[in-house]
Write a protein that binds this ligand. Structure first.
Ligand SMILES: [Zn+2]
Length: 76
């Protein structure tokens, strides 16, 4: 199972974990509520997982302009 991290705002590729050993417990997914999991984690048909996080660029932009976080991504 591979885990790919992309930015939830700009879709930038952030990183990837390719380990046979990795599981949801190690990734910390068990801390998430069911709603958060549905929002953040995408399970691909091939068994891989895509996790939507916030990249450094968007994090800075959001911190500089907190009102931006209220805007939903029109692409989603
Ligand atoms: Zn971003």
């Amino acid at each position: 199972m591979a885990v790919t991290y992309i930015c939830r705002h700009c879709q930038t590729f952030i990183g990837e974990i390719r380990q046979g050993e990795v599981n949801e417990f190690q990734l910390g997914f068990h801390f998430l509520t069911p709603e958060e999991r549905r929002d953040i984690i995408s399970y691909n048909p091939n068994g891989d997982v895509t996790v939507k996080v916030v990249c450094d660029y968007c994090k800075e932009a959001l911190e500089a302009n907190p009102e931006l976080s209220l805007l939903a991504n029109p692409l989603q």
